[in-house]
Design a binder for this molecule. Structure first.
Ligand SMILES: [Zn+2]
Length: 273
């Protein structure tokens, strides 16, 4: 699933590559992913000029002269800049531009392609409920967010809650908590000042190396190339049984609520013991 490093990389590439392209036509092969009927969706976008591309959380936001085109790849997928002669095997949506290039969008499972008029962006509930982008958070913003948490919120649930902070998911959360030396079940309000600062730095340390490499190896860029952040770059996530890179203790996979977590039991002691 794409998270902040992949979405931020993709959005920056799209902002460079797509600016000033004019949408000539739109082809939709999965109408269920739209918030409008196919006809309304096409009518809303055709003749639109792409002015800029940005992102919020897991949404890529294309600002056009005819409103917003909002893309969410869901569990993953590809956005490719190609031509009609080099279309990929699978796609759910194609934007044809007047310069004869086209953008194909594929979701591996299910995603969204929404249109919103310029002033109606925040009437889309899935956008309106998002917290600030994780990569844009200052240390001060982050400390304020931590102070506003309910007394029983656990640190893993807090970091994954897109309405609190947008952009962290299951790929990067394990290394972030490991870098912060925090067990996923730690209660946010119990964190010391030093742990709060450490957690902020761990978020940066857990995401920015991947951002620098264009995102994770299982996602591709606009030109079909894989991201440079590989399994070797991951510290402990999905590496059950490997030695902790800090102390050598075998990494454990544990249940935390309805999901699994990967931890070093020595570096990230369980608060219950
Ligand atoms: Zn360790």
């Amino acid at each position: 699933m794409p998270e902040a490093p992949e979405i931020a990389s993709r959005s920056a590439e799209m902002n460079t590559a797509l600016k000033n392209k004019v949408i000539e036509s739109v082809e939709v092969s999965q109408p269920k992913c739209l918030n409008l009927s196919v006809e309304e969706f096409k009518a809303a976008l055709v003749t639109g000029v792409i002015e800029s591309v940005s992102y919020h959380g897991k949404w890529i936001m294309m600002n056009t002269s005819r409103g917003w085109l909002l893309l969410n790849l869901g569990m993953g997928g590809e956005i490719l800049l190609v031509t009609r002669d080099s279309l990929p095997a699978k796609y759910r949506l194609v934007l044809d531009f007047t310069d004869k290039t086209c953008l194909t969008i594929n979701f591996w499972w299910f995603g969204y392609a929404f249109h919103a008029k310029q002033e109606e962006l925040f009437t889309i509930p899935m956008i309106a409920r998002l917290g600030p982008n994780v990569l844009d958070l200052t240390q001060e913003d982050f400390k304020t967010l931590l102070e506003n948490q309910k007394s029983k919120t656990r640190v893993k649930a807090f970091l994954l809650d897109q309405s609190k902070i947008a952009g962290i998911g299951n790929a990067y959360i394990h290394d972030i908590l490991f870098l912060a030396r925090l067990h996923p079940k730690r209660i946010v309000s119990s964190l010391s000042d030093a742990e709060r600062t450490g957690l902020y730095n761990a978020i940066q340390g857990g995401l920015r190396p991947s951002l620098k490499k264009g995102g994770a190896f299982y996602e591709t860029n606009l030109y079909g190339q894989k991201g440079g952040f590989s399994m070797e770059d991951i510290l402990i996530g999905y590496k059950e049984g490997n030695a902790c890179p800090n102390c050598g203790t075998p990494i454990e996979k544990i249940r935390t609520g309805s999901t699994s977590s990967f931890i070093c039991p020595t570096c990230q002691p369980d608060p219950a013991f």
